[in-house]
Design a protein around this ligand. Structure first.
Ligand code: CTP
Ligand code: MG
Length: 229
């Protein structure tokens, strides 16, 4: 099977409160989206890459990636899962049902090459696929809905923070996303849709500094992580 790459970059970055979507903010001289894409495409595994952009995106033509002939774009949807599904549709002429698809957030520019390589090799012969994740570090408390009263301390020994890339088979991922979206299931990542379809993804432990740039303070943090890379 071949490997395809999907990068959802159609979000508007509400929590970042910037003048443009956060994937088009710069860290150093480069767009976050360009940093993310060059880390991914430095790995020679990929047969092609689809970036889902927003319907009113005016920044994409300014990127280095827009000149890269390995990359095509599609218009994303209102939710992340819909953007990924649109990218899968854009691949349907080229991808085989059992090809692998890696989905990685545009807003995760700090991915290390060795985590990507590790994910690819660990899951190469896995029937379902899986995701990078990192063990939960903090003590976790549960309250009642909307309450601030502690009901319990949650055992975190078997809890993980889901990261990207997430890697699944083309047809299995497409069908899982379609049925989860149609059922109104809250699809927060690819793995949740695959789980909803009754399949069991595998976790590959990744570095905790593969952060998603979400709020303004994450920019300085991502800059620091990238400088030390
Ligand atoms: N994304 C997407 N299509 C959407 C929503 C999100 O392709 N309709 C992408 C974002 O561009 C981002 C990734 O999914 O790369 C993770 O989403 P998130 O961090 O939530 O980004 P935004 O939705 O842009 O930010 P916010 O939720 O703060 O508005
Ligand atoms: Mg969002």
């Amino acid at each position: 099977p071949r490997y395809w790459l999907i990068v959802p970059a159609a979000g508007s970055g509400q929590r970042m409160k910037a003048d443009c979507p956060k994937q088009y903010l710069r860290l150093g001289q480069r767009f976050i989206l360009d940093i993310t894409l060059s880390c991914l495409l430095d790995n020679a595994a990929f047969a092609g890459c689809v970036v889902a952009t927003g319907p009113n995106d005016q920044w994409w033509p300014e990127t280095e990636a827009s000149k890269d002939r390995r990359i095509t774009t599609c218009i994303g949807g209102a939710e992340r899962a819909e953007s990924v599904l649109a990218a899968l549709d854009a691949l349907s002429d080229r991808a085989n049902d059992d090809d692998w698809v890696l989905v990685h957030d545009a807003a995760r520019p700090c991915l290390h090459a060795d985590d990507l390589a590790h994910l690819l090799t660990e899951l190469k012969n896995h029937p379902v696929g899986g995701l990078l994740a990192t063990p939960v570090a903090d003590t976790l408390k549960r309250t009642g809905p909307g309450s601030h009263e502690v009901e319990a301390t949650v055992d975190r020994r078997d809890l993980w923070r889901a990261l990207t890339p997430q890697m699944f088979r083309f047809l299995a991922l497409k069908q899982a996303l379609e049925s989860a979206i149609n059922s109104g299931y809250p699809v927060t990542d690819e793995s949740s849709a695959i789980e909803f379809a009754g399949q069991i993804p595998c976790i590959v432990e990744g570095r905790p500094d593969n952060i998603k740039v979400t709020v303004p303070a994450d920019l300085a943090l991502a800059g620091f992580i990238l400088e030390r890379k």
